[in-house]
Design a protein around this ligand. Structure first.
Ligand SMILES: Cc1ncc(CO)c(N)n1
Length: 237
């Protein structure tokens, strides 16, 4: 079994857990509140901005020119998506490229971002790529899942989890090419390095669940502070 097959096999329970999460179910049934959606929107746009740095690191540490070109193409898409997303932001949430950097990063988002950023110092595509590819894989699979459900066709729910299209799917889509790169890099890696890469992938899958959960409960540092200082913690985590 290739490393990517091994990763995907072990990631399956995380995918099922993500499918069942009330936030994902809330997208299907269009039952999320504006506050839950707003929290998600703000945190996710900041998360995607952080990914720009991770993709830069992938370009930087590529072991072939073809890899560098692929990551560069993915970066182009990331920046285009971010530009269009910023353009769509409502007046109540006017982020632009400048203020995006000051968006408050709430606890789970910070944990996830730092989990990804921590891989950069390895200078290894095999270690960095799984931290990023897991989230992309999860969104593609969740997109497949929700498209098979009787989802309520109402915005903004309808456009949620529609990351698909030829760029992402199919044998030449980004995700398959990312798995090909992981398997190529795994060939010259030790078993310990391969295991580490797999655990990074799985931790990203786990943090995807917590990302939905944080948005569902709208968990902020203020909540953490209250939980710690006023002893009101039980329901938060
Ligand atoms: C938290 C998270 N994971 C993955 C994606 C897919 O890019 C996203 N937008 N947000």
């Amino acid at each position: 079994m290739s490393l990517s097959q091994d990763m995907l096999f072990e990631a399956e329970p995380y995918l099922v857990a993500n499918e069942k999460h009330p936030f994902v179910q809330g997208i299907i049934h269009a039952t999320l509140t504006p506050e839950q959606l707003r929290y998600y929107d703000e945190q996710d746009i900041a998360f995607e901005y952080n990914e720009v740095g991770i993709i830069n690191a992938l370009i930087d540490n590529s072991t072939t020119t073809e890899q560098a070109l692929l990551f560069h193409k993915r970066q182009d898409l990331q920046l285009t998506m971010l530009r269009d997303w910023l353009h769509r932001e409502p007046e109540s949430m006017p982020h632009n490229w400048e203020t995006l950097k000051q968006t408050p990063i709430q606890p789970i988002n910070q944990l996830y971002r730092q989990h990804m950023a921590a891989t950069v110092q390895t200078h290894s595509v095999l270690q960095i790529l799984p931290s990023f590819a897991a989230g992309e894989w999860m969104y593609i699979e969740l997109g497949r899942f929700v498209s098979k459900q009787a989802r309520v066709e109402k915005e903004p729910f309808q456009s949620f989890l529609t990351m698909g299209g030829d760029d992402f799917l199919g044998p030449n889509g980004f995700i398959q090419q990312f798995f090909n790169i992981i398997d190529y890099e795994a060939k010259s890696a030790t078993p310990r390095e391969q295991e580490r890469a797999k655990q990074t992938f799985l931790k990203s899958c786990l943090l995807e669940w917590y990302f939905w959960d944080a948005a569902y409960k709208q968990i902020t540092w203020d909540d953490w502070q209250n939980a710690a200082l006023k002893g009101k913690g039980e329901s938060l985590l």
